[in-house]
Structures are given as C-alpha cells and as structure tokens.
Design a protein. Structure first.
Length: 240
C-alpha cells in the first residue's frame, strides 16, 4: 500500500456531499487539503471539522465557479500559495437537472456541460503541468453510472458524464507513462443533499449508498502501489 500521509489534495465541490466526505476521509489519512466550492460557509465548516480530525495537516479553502476558467485559474493559484503543490486532484463538483429533452432549456444544458465536463477540464489543465513536471500525481474524476447508459429525462446530465468518461479515458492513456494515474469513479445514486432534493432517493442508510462509502473507495484506490492503476469503478447500492 502507498502511504499518502503528507500529500496534498485539491477537492472541488468540497463543501458538502461527496466532496465533504472525501475531504474528511483524506484528513484522517494525514493528507493536506485544498478545498474549493461555491459557498464559503460550507467550506469553513468542512475545514473546521477536518482540523478536528487531524490537527497536523494544512487546510486551505477558497470559493470558485469551476465552470469559469478564469475563476479556476485564480483559485488554484491561491490554494497553491497556501498549501503548496497538488499531488491529488479530485474533480467532484457537479450539477444536475432532469426533464424531457424539450423541457430542458438551452441554458440548462449549457450550465450542466460547463460545470460537469468543462469544469473538470479547467481543473486538470490548471494542475496537470506540475504533475507532469514531477512525473507523479493522481487525478480522480467523479462521473456517474448515467455516463454509461442513457435514460429518459437524463439527456443533459448523461451527455456531460459520457463526455467526462471519454476525457478521463483519453487522459489516462496519455499520462500513465509519466506515472500519473487517472481514475474515473461512476457511482449510481448516493444519498447526498442534491440527490435527495431531486427526489432520486430517500437516502435510507440501511440500503442506499452514503457519501462515506464513496470516500472509503476513493481513498483505498489512492493507497494502491504506484504500479497499480485502476481505470474506472462503477459503484451501486446492493439492494436499494
């Protein structure tokens, strides 16, 4: 197993849900945290909680819109000033809206693609050069099982996640020879605030995937020996 203590992870969408769970799980492993989301109060709360889990790690946070390349560039520069170079990038920020093809407006499509697909592209573009220079790094792209199979009412969301899967696979094949691992995680519905508000699940912890399950899986893959690269993982609830 690889020791990830002392590494630094940048997590997008870190203020709640999957991003928060990942941040807290990495804090427990001794990983320094660079947290990014839209809402400062959410980030502050996560930073305080992570600091209680491990008082020895460095924690920095800033707000940004991952759908804006300028916003991403400025945020990454600030976080690197605060915590140093980034070893692990977790592209978790995402949005979703569901409805029939014609009921979704053009701006709905544009926002979903901008956040879910271009947001990850902007983040990778900002971080990848330093990973290539060091010939080391991990990039985790949080996709969805909706990126494997389309369904009624999911056209925009599925399109964004299909696109992210293609980006991830192509990037993985391009940078693996530089000792950079790209992992795509494709969970089905997890009991986050977003999925519960969209009525995609009731969030029952007895049967439905929880954010902590996802975080445990992600951390386990980061701790694999460098010689081992997992391309993608699809995660489902056993019996929802």
């Amino acid at each position: 197993m690889e020791n990830i203590k002392g590494k630094t992870a940048l997590i997008t969408g870190a203020g709640k849900g999957l991003g928060k769970a990942v941040a807290l799980a990495l804090a427990a492993e001794g990983v320094n945290l660079a947290l990014l989301a839209r809402t400062a109060t959410d980030l502050e709360a996560v930073a305080i909680e992570a600091g209680k889990i491990n008082k020895d790690i460095k924690i920095a946070y800033t707000t940004a819109d991952v759908g804006s390349n300028t916003s991403v560039t400025n945020a990454v520069a600030q976080l690197k000033r605060d915590v140093g170079d980034i070893d692990i990038l977790v592209n978790n920020a995402g949005t979703g809206k569901f409805g029939s093809f014609m009921d979704l407006e053009v701006n709905d499509w544009e926002q979903i693609i901008q956040t879910n697909l271009l947001g990850s592209y902007y983040m990778i573009r900002a971080i990848l050069p330093e990973m290539k220079a060091r010939k080391n790094g991990d990039i985790v792209n949080v996709s969805s099982s909706a990126g494997l199979k389309g369904a009624p009412l999911t056209s925009a969301y599925s399109a964004s996640k299909f696109g992210l899967n293609g980006l991830s696979e192509s990037l993985m094949m391009e940078v693996r020879k530089e000792n950079i691992r790209v992992l795509t995680l494709m969970p089905s519905t997890i009991a986050t605030e977003l999925s519960i508000n969209l009525k995609l699940t009731d969030g029952n912890p007895e049967s439905v995937l929880q954010p902590e399950d996802f975080a445990e899986l992600l951390v386990a893959h980061l701790k694999l020996p460098r010689r081992a690269l997992v391309k993608e993982v699809v995660l489902y609830s056993t019996n929802p």
